[in-house]
Write a protein that binds this ligand. Structure first.
Ligand code: MN
Length: 205
């Protein structure tokens, strides 16, 4: 019988490690992608050893079907599959600063309508990021709701559609910003890939 082994793998960053300088430093990007993200993938593959059906699943499907994962590995799978999906999206929604474009088009109109202005939207997003106690993420959903989640939990688990996410774990900013999460969040706006976010927004319509 032909047996196909499937494993989750780490994709290269869509830019160089130093592409987000000076806002996100090269060392942080290297550690964050090559060590932290890789570790989520390694731990996920390890947890799913012997469960070829689950290893072959799309990561989103896996996260939406955690009830099908055996209970003794469910928390491990939830944390590490979440970590894999969250970081995969995170890398794609950032862009080299020189290629930065402001939000525009339908997404800009929708943000203005919902929040009053882009600045108001940023304020609300920052407030959620600062209010998330400990480790977690801030998300902009396709209906332009802003929510935050603990650990590596992801709105994907509840079938929600995410168009932008921000990692507020200390490993994402501690080397450059130490404890100043607010400075990291404010700097991060400079490398948001609004083209990609707009794409996510229109695909979710
Ligand atoms: Mn992270």
């Amino acid at each position: 019988m032909l047996k196909i082994f499937s494993m989750f793998t780490l994709a290269d960053l869509p830019y160089s490690y130093d592409a987000l300088e000076p806002f996100i430093d090269e060392t942080t990007m290297k550690l964050h992608h090559d060590k932290h993200h890789q570790a989520y993938i390694d731990n996920l593959n390890k947890a799913l050893e012997g469960h070829d059906d689950l290893l072959g699943m799309d990561i989103k499907d896996l996260l939406q079907n955690l009830d099908k994962v055996p209970e003794e590995i469910r928390t491990k799978v939830r944390n590490n599959a979440g970590g894999h999906a969250n970081h995969t999206m995170f890398w794609k929604t950032m862009i080299q600063n020189k290629d930065f474009k402001e939000v525009n088009g339908g997404l800009k109109e929708a943000i203005d309508k919902k929040f009053g202005s882009f600045e108001k939207f940023q304020e609300e997003f920052e407030t959620k990021g600062l209010g998330r106690f400990g480790s977690g993420w801030v998300w902009l959903l396709d209906d332009l709701t802003i929510i935050d989640t603990p650990n590596q939990d992801t709105p994907l688990m509840e079938g929600k559609k995410v168009i932008l996410g921000l990692d507020v774990w200390e490993h994402a900013y501690y080397l450059k910003y130490q404890n100043k999460r607010v400075d990291y969040i404010k700097a991060w706006w400079n490398v948001v890939n609004w083209g990609k976010v707009e794409e996510n927004f229109s695909e979710s319509r």
